[in-house]
Design a protein around this ligand. Structure first.
Ligand code: HEC
Length: 165
């Protein structure tokens, strides 16, 4: 008798614990945020990213970074797996390499401009090796999220853009 009561009590506690645990991981928070964003990029709240190299920044949420990662996987990863550039390894997406481009690409606006019209590393002419993203295909907000993912990965993901990623 006592044993059964105790069993029920324990069961009740278990149900409550599970409910509380579950509600803390409800969709609005968890379902759309890619675990990679927290685990490897260490982003759990909005982060401020360099827009133009002149001190202007913009906040990006973990959800936007997750969307950016998804677009990267759909459109870019064939050539840029792990931030490398398979067809042209010298021009990787590593932070140092982005910084060394002309104009420097370690900032959101420059990355967005590049995606709209890819240019050679020295900025002297258009390049046809990379993938161009027209506004019909990806909106301004989408390319900004994509840029935010690349910039955050370049800043934080261990080995991003190197061959031993
Ligand atoms: C077919 C292969 C290919 C695909 C797909 C591709 N790229 Fe590229 N990407 C390249 C190549 C090759 C270069 C170097 C181009 C050059 O310098 O002429 C490059 C260069 C870049 C650079 C400049 C890197 C630097 O260090 O300056 C960025 C940024 C970039 N790509 C982003 C993207 C994004 C974002 C996508 C997906 C939307 C994408 N690429 C898809 C091949 C590709």
């Amino acid at each position: 008798m006592l044993y059964r009561l105790f069993g029920r009590y324990l069961f009740g506690v278990l149900v409550i614990v599970l409910l509380v645990y579950h509600s803390s991981t409800l969709p609005a928070f968890a379902a759309n945020i890619d675990p990679y964003i927290r685990r490897y990029l260490h982003v759990t709240e909005p982060i401020s990213l360099n827009l133009d190299g002149q001190g202007n920044t913009r906040l990006f949420t973990p959800l936007e970074l997750s969307a950016g990662k998804q677009m990267f996987e759909t459109n870019c990863i064939n050539c840029h797996v792990g931030g490398a550039t398979l067809p042209d390894p010298q021009v990787s997406l590593a932070l140092k390499t982005l910084q060394g481009a002309n104009p420097p690409r370690d900032r959101i606006n420059a990355l967005v401009n590049f995606m709209r019209q890819p240019m050679t590393y020295d900025g002297s002419q258009e390049t046809y090796w990379c993938r161009q993203l027209s506004p019909n295909f990806l909106s301004q907000q989408q390319v900004e999220s994509l840029a935010a993912f690349i910039l955050t990965a370049a800043n934080k993901a261990p080995g991003w853009g190197t061959e031993d990623f």
